[in-house]
Write a protein that binds this ligand. Structure first.
Ligand code: NIG
Ligand code: FE
Length: 399
C-alpha cells in the first residue's frame, strides 16, 4: 500500500452509507486519503494501523468534529441569466406560479434573459452559485440546460456548466433539458419536439450525460416526452423526468416503461403512483424546497421508503421555484416536513443522488476506493448539519 498524503484524524463521529450499502455511524474515527481517494476509513486505531503516512502528509486534527460524505445534488438549474426576484415578490403577495408562467414569466422569462446573457456573464454567475454550493457541502452536482431552447443556446448552457464546475471545484454532470418549455419562435409544441430531436440532441449529446423533460399539463405530454426520451436514449444519455409537480400526467408509468434513472418532484403523486414507483428501479427524487416555495404538498418520500422504493433528495436550485443552493437546508426540510430521519435524509443526499447520476460506485460514501469527498461538521454530532436550519460545514474537501 502506498503512503497516504492526507489524514483526517480524531473525528468524534463519522456517518455514511458503507461499502455494503448500510448506514453506519462510527465514533473516534479517521480517514486516510491518497491521491484524492479513500485508502482507509473507520475507527482511528484501525486506520492508523492500516496505513503509512507520507513524510509530507497533511494531517487535519478534527477533534470535536464529525464527517459525512461530500453531498451530491442530483437536480439543479444553476446556469441562467438575470433573475426572477420580482416573481418571488409577486408570489409572496398571492400570485400563482403557473399563472405567472402562462403570462410569459417563469421559465420563458429565464429563457429570454439567458439568451441575452454574454458567455462571460453566464459563466461568472454559474461559477458563483457552484462555489456557494461547494461551501455548503456539495462536491458533485448535476446541472441542467433548459433556458436556451435552441441547439446553440442549449449547448452553450451545458458547456458553461462544465466550465463553472472546473472553476468552482465541483464535480459537474450535465443534463439536456431541451423539453423544458416551448420557445416563442416555435410554430407548435410538436414542431419544437421535432426540432429538439433533430437539432438540439445531436448538438448537446457530446456535452451531456442525461436528458430530461418537463412532463406537465400545459407543457409537454406523454407522447412528446416519449419521442424525445427515446431519441435521447439512442444518443446514449441517461433519462430523467420532471414528474407530477402540479398534475399526474402519466410520467411515472412512462419513466418505468423507459427504465429512466429518476422521476423528480412528485408533489402531485398519489398512492397508486407511489406503489408503482416503489415496485420499480426508478429513483424518486424529492425537491422539498420547490414544494415549500410554491406551497405545494411535500413529495411522498416517506411513503416511498416505507414501500421499499429508492429515493434521493436535491435542491432543484433555480431562479423560480427553488431559490436555494443548500442541501443541508433541503435535508432539514426532508426531516421536518417529510418525516425522514437524519440518516435517511443524509443517505438520500449522498448515495441516493449518486445513484441517480450513475456515480454511486465512486462518490456518495466514505468507503475505501471512493473519491475523498468529505464534509467536516463543527459538532461532535453529524446531525447538527441537518438539525440547525441554515447550518454550514466547517470545511469541504474534494478528492
Ligand atoms: O424544477 N418544473 C420545471 N422546472 C423547474 C422550474 C424552473 C423555473 O421556474 O425556472 C423546476 O421546478
Ligand atoms: Fe427542476
Amino acid at each position: 500500500m502506498q503512503p497516504a498524503d492526507l489524514l483526517i484524524d480524531n473525528l468524534a463521529t463519522l456517518a455514511s452509507i458503507d461499502a455494503d450499502g448500510d448506514f453506519g455511524v462510527q465514533h473516534d474515527a479517521a480517514i486516510a486519503i491518497r491521491n484524492g481517494h479513500i485508502e482507509a476509513v473507520g475507527p482511528r486505531e484501525e486506520v492508523l494501523r492500516a496505513v503509512q503516512l507520507a513524510d509530507d502528509a497533511e494531517v487535519i486534527d478534527a477533534s470535536g468534529m464529525s464527517a459525512v460524505p461530500g453531498l451530491v445534488d442530483c437536480h439543479t438549474h444553476i446556469v441562467y441569466g438575470g433573475n426572477r426576484i420580482h416573481e418571488f415578490d409577486l408570489r409572496a403577495q398571492g400570485a400563482d406560479y403557473e399563472r405567472i408562467a402562462a403570462e410569459g414569466g417563469g421559465i420563458k422569462a429565464s429563457v429570454k434573459l439567458t439568451r441575452e446573457a454574454t458567455d462571460e456573464a453566464l459563466l461568472a454567475a454559474a461559477t458563483k452559485r457552484l462555489a456557494r454550493m461547494r461551501a455548503l457541502g456539495t462536491t458533485t452536482a448535476e446541472v441542467k440546460s433548459g433556458y436556451g431552447l435552441t441547439a446553440q443556446d442549449e449547448a452553450r448552457m451545458l458547456a458553461t456548466a462544465k466550465a463553472a464546475g472546473e472553476a468552482a471545484g465541483v464535480r459537474v454532470t450535465t443534463t439536456c433539458l431541451a423539453l423544458h418549455s416551448t420557445p416563442p419562435e416555435a410554430a407548435s409544441p410538436d414542431a419544437y419536439v421535432d426540432y429538439a430531436i433533430e437539432e438540439i440532441l445531436p448538438a448537446c449529446a457530446p456535452l451531456a450525460d442525461a436528458a430530461d423533460v418537463f412532463l406537465e399539463r400545459g407543457v409537454f405530454d406523454v407522447e412528446q416526452s416519449r419521442r424525445f426520451l427515446e431519441a435521447a436514449r439512442s444518443h446514449g444519455l441517461r433519462l430523467r423526468l420532471h414528474a407530477d409537480q402540479f398534475s399526474e400526467m402519466g410520467a411515472i408509468p412512462l419513466a418505468i416503461e423507459l427504465a429512466a434513472a429518476s422521476v423528480d418532484h412528485l408533489e402531485a403523486t398519489t398512492d397508486d403512483g407511489v406503489k408503482a414507483l416503489a415496485a420499480s428501479n426508478v429513483i424518486g427524487v424529492g425537491l422539498p424546497v420547490a414544494a415549500l416555495t410554491l406551497k405545494r404538498p411535500m413529495p411522498p418520500l416517506r411513503q416511498l421508503i416505507d414501500a421499499g422504493g429508492r429515493v434521493a433528495l436535491a435542491t432543484d436550485a433555480n431562479p423560480g421555484s427553488a431559490p436555494c443552493l443548500s442541501l443541508p437546508t433541503t435535508m432539514h426540510l426532508a426531516c421536518t416536513q417529510m418525516g425522514l430521519s437524519c440518516a435517511e435524509a443524509l443517505a438520500a443526499a449522498t448515495q441516493g443522488g449518486a445513484a441517480v447520476l450513475g456515480l454511486d460506485d465512486t462518490v456518495g460514501r466514505l468507503a475505501v476506493g471512493y473519491k475523498a469527498d468529505v464534509v467536516l461538521v463543527d459538532d461532535p454530532d453529524w446531525r447538527q448539519l441537518i438539525a440547525q436550519l441554515g447550518a454550514e460545514p466547517a470545511r469541504v474537501i474534494r478528492g
